[in-house]
Design a protein around this ligand. Sequence first.
Ligand SMILES: [Fe+2]
Ligand SMILES: [Fe+2]
Length: 211
Amino acid sequence: MKLNIKNIKKFYIGYGGLSSHGFDHVERVLRMAKLISKKEGGDMETIEAAALLHDMGRTKEDKNERLDHAAEGAKMARVYLGKINFPKNKIGNVIHCIAVHRFSRGKKPETIEAEIIQDADRLDALGAIIITRVLSHGALHGLPVYDPRIKPLKKYTGKKATAINHFYEKILKITPSSFYTKTAQKIARQRYDFVVKFLDQFKKEWNGEDL
Ligand SMILES: [Fe+2]
Ligand SMILES: [Fe+2]
């Protein structure tokens, strides 16, 4: 049996809400991972499965913060892939891709497929879409967009004071050179520069310095 998006979507019910970081994120990661793989290689069947399943543990983590959705997702994926008769010799690598996909946890990908999944996932945190995500997340949590009196913190704490500060505290720390594959580094550079340009323009308009 092949991977079935309808069935996989069920694992993500309740994930993301209005934040545009729900199943649409998973689909973007899938498209990006395929694009990177066309240039960098890797086994497409493994990449497709890992991309579609990589955040399947997320709804469990949302309910219990002590759970790590990567470790949880790896366990869930093993059960799911066993049930659909996914090629047995590829299951181990899919599980590995999911288990190490969180850059912030410091686990190193050991296969090209795992590098591609981590790169594709992190690329979704740069560019135009992250701008909409940060702003809508801020609005949902009642944060001001910007307050020049509140300076960005040097170290990311997870607590956000303003939406604009979040770009300096977290997003701009996702540097292009920190991606594994050359293709992702190139895309990351374009997206990173776009975020910088947006912030420059925002500050110019705020300060009345357009000319
Ligand atoms: Fe994740
Ligand atoms: Fe993700």
